[in-house]
Design a protein around this ligand. Structure first.
Ligand code: ZN
Length: 476
């Protein structure tokens, strides 16, 4: 037991020191390590396998909605960044610039992409001629770089991985439809694959993407009641079309500017998974994206036939499409239980001499720690059913928290109390930037999304007439 306790002590207490719990978990479970350059992260195989599962699921959805993948260059001429005024203003403080190449000073400095609207814009202007070429629906999976001052693995790092969709359309309506369609794709993906329920909605002017007409985001509630922006979809109007001359000859014989969109999710989603589902023992991964869905731990492994039976079981599960692994190391079963629990594997299977004799196995689910038995003959079906149950239960638990922890506020005091208690707070807002700034100053909460279809009498800050209801929260 001493050894087991020692293990648990390697991660900080989730309730009293959540920030350290997070850092302990990501390092201890080998998801990431810190890169040699400050603010960079090395995504280790266990972390990268989660990203690959996210990619696989999301990529299928992006393609099913008519998009194709392509790859654009990492380096962008600096002058491109300056063509859209708001865009350069928003991104200038965090771009990394290359000024020397091959030992010589470059005639024009190059930006390492912080995002790719500009270079997509340049190429679209070249490729687009007639209305027949529209819509253009391209996505790329890539890395981007934003020089951040305060960094945390997955949540905020100088370099991160993401997908960025960039589309061009003939009309405002089509572009807006695309913006909302992709927000919907993200929401469905977050709920069904990551088991994370989200709030979606329009962002305020202050929180929108630099260069967008409107930004729509999805926000997820973390264990500590803070919000994490898990994805965004931008309606760019004709801002980039005008800056990059993205024009087409329309049916009526006149030249028109296209309407564009962009949308993205990043390796931040891994941070969201960790902080939405994790518990005192470490990671809890939803089966759909878990690198290992079922870990087989042989009991009394030295006894004849045990390892063979465990290997047979693994082969059977893998053949049935379950990502199963067997831990055949000489560590004690107790050590293995802790290790794989900390790594968040959804289902543990214990199999020992007595189980083999009785033709059964013991199943332990990570989310509730509930122990059941199932016949070995029925292994694949039993494990698959349990994985589906875990996936469903993780979503339901997150949904319950999301519903319980939303409160309303009519005064600044109530707003402060709400966010301090780990809640999202709905409050009326007059629409002015001064109040939004003041709310942040006094409560450390920011406007996450504008809530559709709800009304409030007064602005929580100035008491003037409320124009909108906003969901406020402290955010990552
Ligand atoms: Zn106000």
């Amino acid at each position: 037991m001493a050894k087991e306790n020692q293990f648990v002590n390697q991660i900080a207490d989730i309730e009293t020191d959540f920030p350290r719990w997070y850092t302990d978990v990501v390092i201890r479970t080998k998801l990431v390590d810190y890169g040699p350059v400050k603010g960079t992260m090395v995504i280790r195989p266990y972390g990268y396998a989660i990203w690959e599962n996210i990619q696989k699921e999301l990529d299928a959805r992006i393609k099913a909605t008519g998009h194709q993948n392509a790859y654009f260059p990492l380096l962008i001429p600096y002058s491109y960044m300056t063509r859209e005024a708001e865009h350069v203003e928003g991104f200038a403080p965090e771009v990394a610039v290359v000024t020397v190449g091959g030992g010589e000073k470059l005639a024009e400095p190059l930006v390492i992409r912080p995002t790719s609207e500009t270079i997509f814009g340049e190429m679209y202007s070249k490729w687009l001629q007639s209305y027949r070429d529209l819509p253009i629906l391209i996505n790329q999976w890539a890395n981007v770089m934003r020089w951040e001052k305060t960094t945390r693995p997955f949540l905020r790092t100088s370099e991160f991985l993401w997908q960025e969709g960039h589309t061009a359309h003939a009309t405002e309506e089509e572009a807006m439809e695309e913006t909302m369609k992709m927000l919907g794709v993200y929401k469905e993906f977050a709920e069904n694959c990551l088991a994370i329920p989200v709030f979606t909605g329009r962002k305020t002017e202050k929180e929108k993407f630099a260069g967008a007409v409107a930004t729509f985001g999805m926000e997820a509630m973390m264990h500590d009641g803070k919000s994490l922006q898990a994805g965004t979809s931008h309606y760019l109007g004709q801002n980039f079309a005008k800056a990059f001359d993205i024009q087409f000859l329309d049916k009526d014989g006149t030249h028109k500017y296209a309407y564009t969109t962009s949308w993205g999710v990043s390796t931040r989603l891994i941070g969201a998974l960790i902080m939405a589902h994790g518990d005192a023992r470490g990671l809890v991964l939803p089966p759909v994206v878990a690198p290992v869905q079922a870990i087989i731990v042989p009991i009394a492994a030295k006894k004849e036939g045990v390892l063979d039976a465990a290997a047979d079981l693994k082969a059977k599960l893998v053949a049935a499409g379950v990502r199963a692994e067997m831990d055949a190391t000489d560590n004690s079963p107790g050590w293995k239980f802790n290790e794989w629990e900390m790594k968040g594997v959804p289902v543990r299977i214990e199999i020992g001499p007595r189980d083999i004799e009785a033709g059964k196995m013991v199943l332990v689910r990570r989310d509730t720690h509930e122990k059941t038995e199932a016949p070995l003959a029925d292994a694949a079906d039993a494990v698959k059913k349990l994985l589906a149950d875990v996936q469903h239960n993780l979503f339901e638990m997150a949904k319950k928290r999301k519903e319980e922890r939303v409160v309303s506020a009519e005064t600044m005091d109530e707003l402060l109390k709400g966010v301090e208690g780990g809640n999202f707070v709905k409050a009326g807002w007059c629409g002015c930037r001064e109040c939004e700034d003041k709310i942040k100053e006094q409560t450390a909460a920011t406007a996450r999304v504008i809530v559709e279809g709800e009304h409030a009498e007064k602005c929580v800050c100035c008491g003037k007439e409320a124009k909108q209801v906003v969901l406020f929260a402290r955010a990552y």
